[in-house]
Write a protein that binds this ligand. Structure first.
Ligand SMILES: [Zn+2]
Ligand SMILES: [Zn+2]
Length: 244
C-alpha cells in the first residue's frame, strides 16, 4: 500500500496548499482520507478524480470536510460525461447526523463505518477509536498484508491511543502545538506528546501533520525527536510512504 500527503494544514490552507487530505492506494483501489479545504485541487496533482473509489472522513470539522461539496459537483459532472458509474461512497460516523445527511447527494452516498468493530473498504481493513476532540472524531488504523498505518485525526493525547498505535509501520499524528503548550482543551496534541506516543507505541516511522500557522515548524520536528528516535518526517504535500 501507498500513503501520500495531499493536505496537512490545520484550520485553513496556506497559499496553494490544503488542509487535511491523504491519499491511500493499493494496486487497484484509491481511497481519500479527509477532504479538507483545497484538497480537490491538490488531489489532481496525483490522480484523476474519476479514479477515486471511496472517501472516508474522520470528523465533520471544516478543515477535514470543506471540499466534500466540490467533490460532489465533480462526481456529478463526471457522471454526466459518463466518466463515473454509480455513486461515490463517502464513509463517516453518524454521530453528527445533519452533517452525515449532506453526504447523500445525486452523485455520492453516505456510508456509516463500523466504529466499534472493523470495516473492510476495498482491500483495506479499518479499525477505529474515538478521539478526544470537541466534535466526535475517530482515529483510524489501516491494515493490509501485514502492514499497518495509524492516522490519529484530531485529538488531544489519551493513553488508549498508545495501544491503538502499537507497532504501526507508519503513524500519522496531528501535531497542532509546540512542546510546553496545553492542547487538552482544544483537543489537539503537542510535538512532545506525539514524540512520546510514537516511542511508547513502538512505531517504525512518524509523520507530523495538521500543522499550526505559527512558530518555526522545524521546532516541532526537534521536539518530537527528543522523545522518538525512529524516522520522523514533517508533513509536506506529496510526502509518500510505501510498504516495500
Ligand atoms: Zn482539524
Ligand atoms: Zn477537528
Amino acid at each position: 500500500m501507498e500513503m501520500k500527503i495531499v493536505g496537512f494544514w490545520g484550520a485553513y490552507p496556506e497559499k496553494s496548499e490544503a488542509t487535511s487530505c491523504y491519499l491511500l492506494k493499493s494496486d487497484d483501489y484509491t481511497l481519500v482520507i479527509d477532504m479538507g479545504s483545497g484538497a480537490l485541487s491538490r488531489l489532481q496533482n496525483y490522480i484523476n478524480l474519476s479514479d477515486i473509489d471511496a472517501v472516508i472522513l474522520s470528523h465533520h470539522h471544516n478543515d477535514h470536510t470543506a471540499d466534500v461539496g466540490a467533490l460532489q459537483y465533480a462526481c456529478l459532472v463526471q457522471e454526466q460525461l459518463k466518466e463515473r458509474m454509480g455513486k461515490l461512497p463517502i464513509y463517516s460516523h453518524k454521530e453528527d447526523s445533519q452533517a452525515f445527511q449532506k453526504l447523500n447527494h445525486q452523485a455520492t452516498v453516505g456510508k456509516v463505518y463500523e466504529a466499534k468493530g472493523r470495516e473492510e473498504i476495498g482491500p483495506f481493513t479499518f479499525k477505529f477509536i474515538r478521539t478526544k476532540h470537541p466534535k466526535a472524531c475517530y482515529a483510524m488504523r489501516i491494515e493490509l498484508e501485514g502492514c499497518s498505518i495509524v492516522y490519529t485525526a484530531d485529538t488531544s493525547y489519551f493513553k488508549e491511543l498508545t495501544d491503538f498505535s502499537r507497532g504501526a509501520d507508519l503513524l500519522i499524528a496531528e501535531t497542532s502545538f509546540y512542546k510546553g503548550m496545553n492542547g487538552q482543551k482544544a483537543g489537539h496534541m503537542t510535538s512532545e506528546e506525539v514524540g512520546r506516543l510514537a516511542s511508547d507505541a513502538g512505531v517504525k516511522e512518524l509523520w507530523l501533520t495538521h500543522l499550526p500557522h505559527f512558530g518555526d515548524l522545524q521546532q516541532l520536528y526537534k521536539e518530537a525527536a527528543e522523545q522518538f528516535s525512529g524516522t520522523i518526517q514533517l508533513a509536506k504535500e506529496g510526502l509518500t510512504w510505501h510498504n516495500n
